[in-house]
Design a protein around this ligand. Sequence first.
Ligand code: PEP
Ligand code: MG
Length: 748
Amino acid sequence: MDNQKLLYEISELNTLFREGTDIQGLLNKTVEMVASHTNSDVCSIYLYNNETNELVLSATRGLNPEAVGNVKLKLGQGLTGLALKEMRPVCEVDAANNPNYKYFPGILEEQYDCFLAVPIARGISKIGVLVLQRHKGENFSESDITVLEAAASQLVDIIENARFLMSIREPAGEREKNIDILPEEIKFVHGKIASEGFAYGPSAVFDKKKNLSSMMHRQFDEKYSLDDFHDAINKTSDQLEKLQEKVGQKLSDAASLIFTAHLMILQDKYFIGGIDELIKNGVNPPAAILKIAKNYIDSFATSENAYIREKIQDIEDLAIRLINNLLSESEDVIKVKGRIIIVKELFPSDLLILSSEGAAGIVLVGGTVTSHLSILASSLRIPMVVCNTYELLNLPDEIPVLIDAEIGNLYVDPTDEILERFESQQKARQTLNQQKLLMKPETITRDGTKVHLFANINLLADLKVACELRCEGVGLYRSEFPFMIRRNFPTEMEQYIVYSRLVQMVQGKPITLRTLDIGGDKTLSYYADTTEQNPAMGLRSIRFSLQNKPVFAEQIRAMLRAGANADLRIMFPMVSSIDEFRSAKEIVLECIDELRRKGIQHNSKPMLGIMVELPCIAELMDDFAKEAEFFSIGTNDFVQFMLGVDRTNENISSSYVPHHPSVLRALKKVVQSAIKNNREISVCGNMAHEEKYIPFLLGIGIRNLSMDPRYLPRIQQSISNIDITEAQETAETMLAQSSITGVSQILG
Ligand code: PEP
Ligand code: MG
């Protein structure tokens, strides 16, 4: 092979690429060049689509040109797929006889026996495969492999860019075309539960970008007038106001938030004026809307500010709504009500919109579900499953989908048998209403020991359920939710209103308000430090509050004012040292002093406590107990930080083991210290609602548990069957184990 010359010419290709040469032309030129320098009869490039896990023949010299775009291989399929899957060269002298060989009729490769494929990759990211083929007897040598590998690595940049550009130029809607038979792999998908529950309904792939770009490719035959456009504006604002009202009724803490930006844009003289102007100059209104929307999107897209970038979504959403109303097609495009929504990307504000529009369930494809997104979905009672089956994004609308988010299963176009099985399972499960009737005011073990059950509250809607279930108070209010569902920091007044509603609803029972817990995977769209290398260990939770004193003080004042006559407990998250606790306490005392001076009604003696979420607290518990008035163990983070396992990463979920011997022993140490020092201690992480852990927790002395309200009946029932002496023995046996396996055997 003419090694040096080939590499030189490839580097020249990059220049052509930057000069804007047509992508397909460039790929064709590449295969020509590689084939000729390597004396091969065939050279082909396959590009890998990581959404569909498919390799697509994208350019060839030597095979039937009609095969380009039509020959597709799954990762691992055929010799080409194998090369990429195993990230190694595959070299064969008699390709057709290899068991992994995949025959495609009509591509005319039968005549070539010698085969060489090398993966094109950047690090572990798969980009494509470069394939050479020759006639029988013209075997590829070791040095051919080395040269082709060098060529493949030179081609990474250019191919990566080509792949990207081809994917965005692919006209929207193209991908759905060929699906009349559902591929087997999407008929049943096992994903991760993000929010429990069941849902059955027609599918709807929700992709604003795609909807918008499909509109951009569309011809609008009918001519509309300026009056039609203004009618569409009125119709859109009416619809948005109605939706807003619905959200307000359902979620008072989110009231009047979601569509504020939309409504403002609808009144913006530049946005509407710009469209008016174009229409007056003869542009058809749908095209005018798209043009102005695109201008806005393009200028927002380059903004450094995440808050501005988020506005893109509002514009996209609004443009689609306006055009639908103009074309009177509102029923045709965004059908949400009763649908199983399949999405690739989801923001908390999307969830609120989907919930207000009556989505039955959500399938999040490929996205990571932040802990808060799944908590929000649970609070909104929308079943949600996360999976990596990208093919689902190509599912045509209106295909029946069943979500069983109790176990994370998804059935596409389920058979009658599956549906019947599901219905009978449904009947067997008690509904929340039935459970409410079973709930007793007190929770007592078999031997008569009292256990106190509290609720974890994220949205006010949770508290309604919690009160109906007669919880004994709020053990954890995640105060970041009003922050998360807004597009900017809520004011002191807004917070005061939400906290006051909470206080009113708990009717004198203890209420534990946790101060802002953001950072890590709990991000605010309007405040995210994207420069952090490791956000999980970055400026988060109490660290954020202490570094942003005005934000913290506003929150504390709102809590103190709302809790004027309440049994108020203020809890700091992620505290790592006595010093942090003291600094936070000092700010609370300053706020109390300020409110007193100003004569504003407030709670002057709230209990101040900490979340035990970082393992370092275990060693300092006796010291903390002298200063903090109560403790609540956040096992979700405690386990994450003790074991160094990301709680949201599905790939390592098997390493996230709450019953790891070290976790159990540390929990015992924490609990014993609190008891010895006469301090209240509770568990408010997910371990508190997992029945299998209850004997252990009671066994080490826990008497207060706080959980998502819907688990209350189940846990109360479970506790009534436990004998404390037996639970202590079980806990001791578990604590004596040194391995996870040992503990697992006891848990059964
Ligand atoms: C925890 O870490 O266990 C906890 C309850 O807090 P959050 O889930 O909000 O991080
Ligand atoms: Mg936590």
